[in-house]
Design a protein around this ligand. Structure first.
Ligand code: ZN
Length: 182
């Protein structure tokens, strides 16, 4: 399988609400191949999460894997490799936490985004089995960012202060007050 080119902000497909998968579709060989492409594309881009619309497939699938080897996101612990079909988010703690988010579909930029700090995610896994997990802190932000892609949202839509939208190579993290996870 192979890494697929990641589409960028401005492509209308990133603004669509993605379609759900049926259980049969999740178990199909085609979806198995799509998943391989998703992981290959994520790895090639050096990211920590990818949603199917980012490779041009308007379907409700995202993969997330935090890696302590990531160049884009240092100081991070490894996470499980999550395969997420048809997710539903429930906010468990509305208290907002902010991180400097980036996106493979918005290359070169970061913006400060505040989101609820703890959520529950109900979804179907790779075997089409229902799962319910609670995630908090940075991982909660990563889930909300990726799952936003499935409803046509980008992190820039969630920013309250557009002056925090910055090119990565102009950012001096030491001078920023907020907690930084770049
Ligand atoms: Zn993104």
């Amino acid at each position: 399988m192979s890494a697929i080119e990641i589409i960028k902000m401005g492509n209308p497909l990133l603004r669509e609400v993605a379609e759900k998968f049926s259980v049969e579709e999740i178990k199909s060989p085609d979806t198995g191949l799509l998943l391989e492409d998703m992981w290959d594309s994520l790895e090639a881009a050096g990211g920590i999460g990818l949603a199917a619309p980012q490779i041009g497939i308007s379907k409700q699938l995202a993969v997330i894997k935090l890696s302590e080897d990531s160049d884009r996101y240092p100081d991070m612990e490894d996470s499980e490799a999550f395969v997420i079909f048809n997710p539903e988010i429930t906010v468990l703690d509305k208290t907002e936490q902010g991180f400097w988010e980036g996106c493979l579909s918005v290359p070169g930029l970061r913006g400060f985004v505040e989101r609820p700090r703890k959520i529950r995610v109900d979804f179907l896994d790779e075997g089409a089995q229902p799962r319910s997990i609670e995630v908090e802190d940075f991982l909660a932000t990563v889930f909300q960012h990726e799952l936003d892609h499935l409803i046509g949202k980008l992190y820039v839509d969630r920013m309250k202060d557009i002056t925090t939208l910055m090119f990565e190579d102009e950012m001096i993290f030491e001078e920023l007050d907020e907690e930084v996870l770049d």
